[in-house]
Design a protein around this ligand. Structure first.
Ligand code: NAP
Length: 266
């Protein structure tokens, strides 16, 4: 049975993806921060006849990510798919390690998790990385800025930069680890809790979490995309990302800095 790690499986797109992946006959390893919500997800998957287990992980703490990865590696020698889905939107604040909350949770925590799980990601393994069309709004990653808390007026631009980082990371991972297949996914405009409560009634054309999870599940499981890697996907099709997402110097710098920032937590 294929084993699929899903981050952020307790709400929105990740929850819908975890349920669909379990329904497809794969074993889900749900990595989330809320024990209560994880246990509720286990009950739901179990009642539907699926197979799943959970591990507690707060992506806003690199130490917590190390603990979760160690636990996953202790339990499993092989992971077939890693879905890096968890994310925060236009929030303010910082991670435990002092990074902007969007950069820390959306990019750095996932970078650290992926690096730690790499020994279990054998040839043909897939990494699906949630990104967003919002990446087109980013002027760069702002490496000085990501080292301090997000201020109230920076939420959206910090989010856009983190989604650019997600795309750059997925492309660079494909280049550095040719054995692994990577897919960066835009799920569409999806009605989830990532948007502030006051905004949700005004989300025109937003799709359900299940519809938003469709391309995520497709890239995680479809045999037809197994030969593709490093691409940007939406509505089950590869599309061109912004030019910045293909900037090799930006990719080199993001990788080098992320490695340096995560090193003390190995
Ligand atoms: N919704 C959209 O329109 C849209 C569009 C483009 C891209 N995306 C991307 O899709 C992904 C999922 O977003 P969503 O819309 O499904 O959001 P959501 O409903 O708010 O769900 C976010 C998930 O991430 C988890 N999470 C947040 N902070 C975390 C942390 N510090 N540690 C561990 N887990 C954490 C949440 O856990 P809790 O349940 O514990 O809060 C939840 O499971 C994100 O990467 C987002 O950028 C969404």
């Amino acid at each position: 049975m294929e084993k699929v790690v899903v981050t952020g499986p307790t709400a929105g797109i990740g929850r819908a993806a975890a349920i669909a992946i379990a329904a497809s006959g794969r074993h889900v390893i749900a990595a989330g921060r809320s024990r209560e919500k994880l246990e509720a997800l286990m009950r739901e998957i179990d009642a539907a006849g699926g197979s799943a287990e959970w591990v507690q992980m707060d992506l806003a703490s690199l130490r917590s990510v190390t603990g979760a990865a160690t636990e996953i590696l202790d339990r499993h020698g092989r992971i077939d798919v890693l879905v890096n889905n968890a994310g925060v939107g236009a929030s303010t604040g910082a991670t435990r390690d002092g990074f902007q909350i969007q950069f820390g949770v959306n990019h750095l925590g996932h970078f650290h998790l992926t690096e730690l799980l790499a020994p279990a990601l054998g040839p043909g393994a897939r990494v699906v990385q949630l990104s967003s069309e919002m990446h087109r709004g980013a002027k760069g990653i702002g490496f000085a800025r990501v080292r301090r808390p997000t201020r109230p007026w920076e939420g959206l631009s910090a989010y856009a930069a983190s989604k650019l980082a997600n795309l750059v990371f997925a492309r660079e991972l494909a280049r550095r680890r040719p054995g692994i297949r990577t897919y960066a996914v835009h799920p569409g405009l999806v009605d989830t809790g990532i948007f502030p409560r006051v905004v949700r009634p005004f989300l025109r054309n937003a799709v359900t979490p299940e519809e938003g999870a469709d391309t995520v599940v497709f890239c995680a499981t479809d045999p037809g995309v197994a030969d593709s890697t490093g691409g940007y996907w939406a509505k089950r099709k590869e599309r061109d990302p912004d030019d910045l997402a293909r900037d090799e110097r930006l990719a080199e710098e993001l990788w080098a800095r992320s490695e340096e920032w995560c090193r003390p937590f190995h």
